[in-house]
Write a protein that binds this ligand. Structure first.
Ligand code: ATP
Length: 235
């Protein structure tokens, strides 16, 4: 579905992505793992069209994304739930979700998606009139994912959904991410939390200083000694 072939990206003289290649097959969860500053967010920015690509190619359902604007890429069905949530803190939960649906052409189906999001995250339904800035960290993360789902993405890009959250909440959110995938949404999950990510993903890539250094089925990566030592706390 998504195919990235040997992309290179720069911030000025900083070579942030070095010949990065990866694939996300339709219907799967693929996780992109790596330490802080490895280039995970930059990869997502390259896919979304925010970070220019110096060389290489990104294709989505057979279409070349490299020449498209950010808006056109969203219209193709690629939607990101950004790191640090970036919800609108002064707006209500419901208003935030509505913003996620602005780009949709099938307006009459929007109420159905509201129901779908409220089904995944019942707490958002309970709090739909609440000002988003007053939600807990976990609820804000749920809102960010819910807002991305309101656009009815074909491919959902998740940037560190576990960041700053307590383990129980992470477990809950990852369970829902798995469910979202099982109900038909393809997901590229960027994470530092390798254990949780590999538990729900089908396939994983490991990025180090802008380069893919490892890849494999999630099961195999979990059992790989080198991966265990470097990313899974040696367990
Ligand atoms: P994080 O966990 O912080 O999100 P990451 O793996 O997503 O880390 P990136 O944010 O993609 O990493 O950063 C990759 C490299 O590019 C790092 O060396 C970072 O310092 C550099 N970088 C990122 N954004 C910029 C920017 N706007 N200007 C200059 N350098 C940047």
């Amino acid at each position: 579905m998504l195919k990235i072939s040997a992309i290179n990206c720069y911030y000025g003289y900083i070579h942030a992505l070095k010949d990065v290649s990866l694939e996300v097959p339709e219907g799967k969860i693929v996780t992109l793992l790596g330490a802080n500053g490895a280039g995970k967010t930059s990869t997502l920015k390259a896919i979304s069209g925010i970070l220019p690509i110096k060389s290489g190619k990104i294709e989505f359902m057979g279409k070349d994304l490299t020449k498209l604007t950010v808006e056109k890429i969203v219209a193709e069905g690629i939607v990101q739930s950004p790191e640090g949530r970036q919800i609108f803190p002064e707006l209500t939960v419901e208003e935030n979700l509505k913003i996620g649906s602005y780009t949709r052409k099938d307006k009459k189906n929007i109420p159905e998606t509201f129901e779908r999001v409220y089904n995944y995250f019942p707490i958002l339904k309970e709090r739909k009139k609440q000002i988003a800035g007053t939600l807990s960290g976990g609820e804000q993360q749920m809102l960010a994912i819910g807002r991305a789902l309101m656009a009815k993405p074909k491919l959902l890009l998740l940037d560190e959904p576990s960041l700053g959250l307590a383990p129980l909440i992470v477990k809950n959110i990852f369970g829902i991410i798995k469910q979202i995938n099982e109900e038909g949404t393809t997901i590229l999950l960027v994470e530092q939390n390798a254990v949780q990510a590999l538990n729900i993903a089908h396939y994983g890539y490991i990025l180090e200083t802008g380069k893919i250094v490892h890849q494999g089925k999630a099961e195999d990566l979990k059992n790989d000694d080198k991966v265990k030592k470097a990313y899974l706390g040696g367990q």
